[in-house]
Design a protein around this ligand. Structure first.
Ligand code: OSB
Ligand code: MG
Length: 369
């Protein structure tokens, strides 16, 4: 594919309800869309940054800078045989995986459209529907948490993830387990604890949580290994895994038993496939995390979750769990039993609606040669 044009769109979409984690509250989802045209075929990618560097160090502005000044000039006017080759061109640029993922994934969409095949199939996917769960932010009260979670269970979601932070953990999780019976529950701390909190996590062992996600610092797989040795509950790493090599090291150290893949966090489908294959080889279950994506990022998440290594329900909930209206058609809808359908149309399998993109766009620029 010869890259003819790249357009970057800064998007701001209001969430139906604010989403609170241990690092802050988001009410308007800010992110970038990458629109890439090669050989007359257009593909889309999503850069799932936020306005502030709270989840990781990237922001929408750093991603714009890295794309505009470095990544876009590396691909514009160039010819690539495969999206992996385009990703390899980014080798010299350190980090900034979310910025890289936007271009890499847009190239995968183009590539699959050129093959006239769904992206899921091109990535090696084998499922026609994926099992999904829901990620519930920090609520005002325990009663509110129980009600919110019961409502999602009634809709069919197959597992509940709740956000925790110091002062909002055991006192919420015990009554929640009581209320939900044997519904699979897990907790995500977004790095809010230290090894000093190990006794708390040991007490949580009897709640039979599916896993505890990223309890400790994002840059620390050493303390996670110590904590994992003390727990029956599996630790799942999210923020700590930026590359397939990070995953290998964390698994070698015993820092986790499960890995959450966010295709943006690790740079796109090209490195994602390597991480997937490593985890399949080692028998480590994967699941697909989320960054409250729009329909573009959601379609990429659905496509990748069709791969066989994704063994556990992910955070890819239906579009209506986040947004009043989506920027793609058809928007992802929850099927009975807690599934999303894997699209069968070419590429990401959804149509990006130009008028909706324009409605929620605050800035854009097109690069061509
Ligand atoms: O840690 O998984 C996380 C949302 C924003 C930033 C970080 C995280 C999340 C979620 C929501 O948990 C996942 C989703 O529903 O997209
Ligand atoms: Mg997480």
């Amino acid at each position: 594919m010869k890259i003819e044009r790249v357009a970057l769109h800064v998007m701001q979409m209001p969430l139906i309800a604010p989403f609170t984690t241990s690092f802050g509250t988001e009410s308007i989802r800010e992110f970038l869309l990458v629109e890439l045209t090669a050989d007359g075929v257009t593909g889309w990618g999503e850069v799932p940054t936020m306005a502030e560097p709270l989840y990781n160090y990237e922001t929408t502005k750093t991603a714009w800078h890295i794309l505009e000044d470095f990544l876009v000039p590396m691909v514009l006017g160039k010819e690539f045989a495969h999206p992996d080759e385009l990703y390899a061109a980014f080798d010299r640029i350190r980090g900034h995986y979310m910025a890289k993922s936007g271009l890499n994934n847009a190239a995968w969409d183009v590539y699959a459209r050129q093959l006239n095949q769904p992206l899921a199939k091109v990535l090696g996917g084998v499922k026609d529907r994926i099992e999904v769960g829901v990620s519930v932010g920090i609520q005002d009260s325990v009663a509110q948490t129980v009600k919110t979670c019961e409502n999602f269970v009634a809709q069919g979601y197959r597992r509940i993830k709740v956000k925790i932070r110091p002062g909002w953990d055991e006192q919420m999780l015990r009554p929640l387990r009581q209320a939900l019976g044997d519904v699979p529950i897990m907790a995500d701390a977004n790095s809010a604890y230290t090894l000093k909190d190990a006794p708390l996590f040991e007490r949580l062992d009897d709640l039979d949580l599916m896993m505890i996600e990223q309890p400790l610092a994002e840059d620390d797989i050493v303390d996670h290994a110590q904590l994992q040795r003390r727990l029956k509950t599996p630790i799942c790493l999210d923020e700590s895994i930026l590359t397939p090599e990070d995953a290998r090291k964390a698994l070698d150290l015993g820092s986790c038993r499960i890995i959450n893949v966010k295709v943006g966090r690790i740079g796109g489908h090209s490195p994602m496939k390597r991480l997937h294959d490593l985890c399949v080889e080692r028998g480590v279950p994967l699941w697909c995390g989320g960054m409250l994506e729009s329909g573009v990022g959601r379609a990429h998440n659905i496509a990748l979750t069709a791969m066989p290594g994704y063994k556990l329900p992910g955070d890819t909930s239906a579009s209506d769990r986040y947004y009043h209206e989506d920027i793609v058609e058809p928007a992802a809808r929850l099927l009975p039993g807690g599934y999303l359908a894997v699209p069968t149309a070419p590429g990401i399998g959804v149509t990006v609606l130009a008028d909706r993109v324009a409605k929620y766009r605050v800035h854009h620029r097109s690069f061509a040669r």
